[in-house]
Write a protein that binds this ligand. Structure first.
Ligand SMILES: Cc1cc2nc3c(=O)[nH]c(=O)nc-3n(C[C@H](O)[C@H](O)[C@H](O)COP(=O)(O)OP(=O)(O)OC[C@H]3O[C@@H](n4cnc5c(N)ncnc54)[C@H](O)[C@@H]3O)c2cc1C
Length: 233
């Protein structure tokens, strides 16, 4: 039970939202309707994890997405990076700071410029182009990667730079603008381009972390309060 009488948690999936001149209506899949003057959307994102054996079971344990979240724990480990092109180079530069043993797994033809190849070579980073068919693990702890040609290579950690999509279509349907990377556009006060709609957390930031979600939620909450009180002052 909430300590604050004015705060209510409601379990349910929001499937639609409509904006009228001065208010919003949010509709859940059970058909319930909620009305508000402002809307904060904190719906997160969904990682598109490849449908390969061992991937889902290891996600967030030893198949990881971010050196800032997990890098220290996998310091000095034999590490694979499932990525290609600029993204692979970017993650490699961060991971190389934590471990000497880095291999890029491009899952098909490698796509690097000569300059990038020179950098990867200088940093002793191997590239494997063969498709992955399985991540062998023990309770999510990676042991090896098996490739489509049946070769098997031991790894202790694997980074995966997978695409993502927004968890909810509501921001798009309400007319929110998006960045080229697929995040909802916001100003420094978490305001979107649609008056009255604020966003926070992963749906609107490249800095995927709990502390960032809390911080942006804090800003969105404060700004909504400020607008509500100043609107009727
Ligand atoms: C594998 C992995 C490991 C991570 N490790 C770390 C870590 O070690 N440290 C760290 O700081 N961060 C870590 N992160 C990042 C962190 O989890 C996120 O940054 C954080 O959870 C973002 O919070 P959020 O509230 O924006 O989104 P989410 O946590 O995704 O929450 C969004 C919520 O909205 C709900 N929702 C979505 N659509 C609807 C709808 N239509 N109606 C109702 N509800 C809806 C979802 O069900 C979900 O509960 C990790 C992320 C991943 C994927």
């Amino acid at each position: 039970m909430s300590e604050y009488e004015t705060v209510h948690f409601h379990k349910g999936k929001a499937i639609d939202a409509k904006k009228s001149e001065n208010s919003f209506e949010v509709i859940t899949e059970k058909g319930e309707k909620f009305h508000s003057k402002k809307l904060i959307i904190a719906t997160g994102i969904v990682d598109e994890i490849p449908d390969l054996k061992g991937f889902k079971e290891s996600w967030g344990i030893s198949l990881i997405h971010c050196p800032y979240c997990h890098g220290y724990e996998y310091k000095g480990k034999k590490t694979g990076i499932i990525a290609n092109g600029d993204k692979a180079v970017h993650i490699s530069s961060l991971v190389k700071n934590l471990t000497e043993d880095v291999t890029i797994l491009t899952q098909g033809k490698a796509n690097f410029t000569d300059e990038q190849l020179e950098k990867l070579k200088r940093n002793n980073i191997q590239i494997i182009e063969t498709e992955i068919s399985e991540l062998k693990h023990d309770n999510g702890i990676v042991e090896s990667i098996i490739f489509s040609d049946q070769t098997e290579i031991k790894f202790e950690a694997v980074y995966g730079a997978f695409p993502f999509h927004q968890h909810s279509d509501i921001p798009k349907n309400l007319g929110c603008e998006f960045t080229e990377f697929g995040h909802i556009k916001t100003d420094q006060f978490q305001k979107t381009n649609i008056p009255g709609i604020f966003v926070c957390g992963d749906n609107s930031s490249m800095m995927r972390s709990v502390s960032n979600a809390v911080m942006t939620g804090n800003v969105a909450g404060a700004m909504v309060n400020m607008e509500l009180v100043t609107d009727c002052f």
